[in-house]
Design a protein around this ligand. Structure first.
Ligand SMILES: C[S@@+](CC[C@H](N)C(=O)[O-])C[C@H]1O[C@@H](n2cnc3c(N)ncnc32)[C@H](O)[C@@H]1O
Length: 189
């Protein structure tokens, strides 16, 4: 078992698994979802990547075979728990774009603080929460077991203050609002 885990962690083919792989379904448990919904004002208008039974209970949702990362995200509140591995990059970018457009967004991702996409998100997010303990995702596997994630998790927020969910872990306000999408770059730089 330990050897299998070690091999998984160093197998880049697994980290690059496609978005539609069964292992991409990590359902957000209620103990995380309830405080997130409260931070979003009690209502999740859009879940852009989920299963057809809409387990998050969002007003609107996208599921495969539709590509939620390529469809419109115009919504007042968005909760996104995207596919894992390198597949998450375009979802993180869509969250930042939705935040720049004024949506209130909460993104649940592995707390991989050494990655480029993590640091890209930090340039515009308004708040951040490191979840205490490993999240026990609802994994609809044949044996029905819930397995704790093999990675630490974080919530990244745009136009929300995740300190309101600090029962989940350590939360920080990063800035009052996302920087303007239109940055004036001085000539000559
Ligand atoms: C980590 S799970 C999150 C599920 C649910 N949103 C939740 O938080 O419980 C990611 C989900 O995204 C779905 N998915 C993967 N690629 C997608 C795409 N291009 N468009 C929409 N959904 C997608 C997967 O099938 C999977 O159900």
């Amino acid at each position: 078992m330990a050897t299998e885990l070690a091999l998984f962690r160093f197998d880049n083919e697994l980290r690059r698994r496609p978005e539609d792989a069964e292992e991409q379904v990590h359902l957000t448990p209620a103990y995380v979802l309830d405080p997130v919904r409260a931070v979003l004002g009690g209502r999740i208008e859009l879940d852009p990547c989920t299963t057809a039974d809409n387990p998050v209970g969002a007003d609107r949702f996208y599921a495969l075979p539709d590509d939620g990362a390529a469809l419109p995200w115009s919504a007042a509140t968005v909760f996104c728990n995207p596919p894992y591995g390198e597949a998450r990059v375009r979802w993180v970018r869509r969250c930042a774009e939705a935040g720049a457009a004024g949506s209130r967004v909460v993104l649940l991702v592995p707390a991989h603080t050494d990655t480029r996409i993590w640091h890209e998100a930090m340039t515009s997010a308004t708040s951040l929460l490191f979840i205490k303990g490993r999240v026990k995702f609802g994994l609809p596997r044949a044996n029905g077991r819930q397995v704790a994630a093999s990675h630490p998790s974080a919530l990244i927020g745009w136009n929300v203050d995740l300190r309101q969910a600090d029962q989940l872990g350590s939360a920080f306000l990063l800035r009052d609002e996302p920087p303007s999408a239109h940055v004036d770059i001085p000539l000559g730089l």
